[in-house]
Design a protein around this ligand. Sequence first.
Ligand SMILES: [Cu+2]
Length: 148
Amino acid sequence: MKPYLTAVAALLMSGVAHAADVIDVHRDANCGCCKDWIKYLEANGFEVRDHVESDMPAVKQRLGVVPRLGSCHTGMIDGKFIEGHVPVAQIRELKTRDDLAGIAVPGMPAGSPGMNYGQPHQRYQVIALTVEGRDQVLADYLGSQPVR
Ligand SMILES: [Cu+2]
C-alpha cells in the first residue's frame, strides 16, 4: 500500500475506534438525578443528546417502556430503550443483543449510577424486556457493584 493510503486508512480506522456511542436521553426539566446519570454516561465515553420533555409518561409510552419497568429518565440507543439508572456494562451488552427491546432499572435505587446522595446502597436488578415482551434479569447490583 502506498504511504498516503496507509495514512488515510489509519485515519479512518481511528475515526471508527473513537466514534462515541450516542444516547438520546429524555427527561423532565426538574430531574436532578437524571442529570447525574447523564454525567455518568459522559464520564464513561458516551455522547449524550439531552431532550427536556414536558410529558414523560407519553414519551415512555411512545418509546415502548412498559409501566412495570418505569423510572425517571428514558435513554435510547440504536432504537432500544434504557430506562432509569442503568450501569454502562449492561448498556454495552444491550448494543450486542438484537433480541432485546430495551433494559431498565425500575424505580430509583440508592447507590445506582447517578443516585448517590448518601443513602445506604440498595440491591437492584437490571431487567431486559425482550422483543417478545418478556422480562429477563441481566444483572444484580448492590450500589455500583455487581452481586453474584
Ligand atoms: Cu432518577
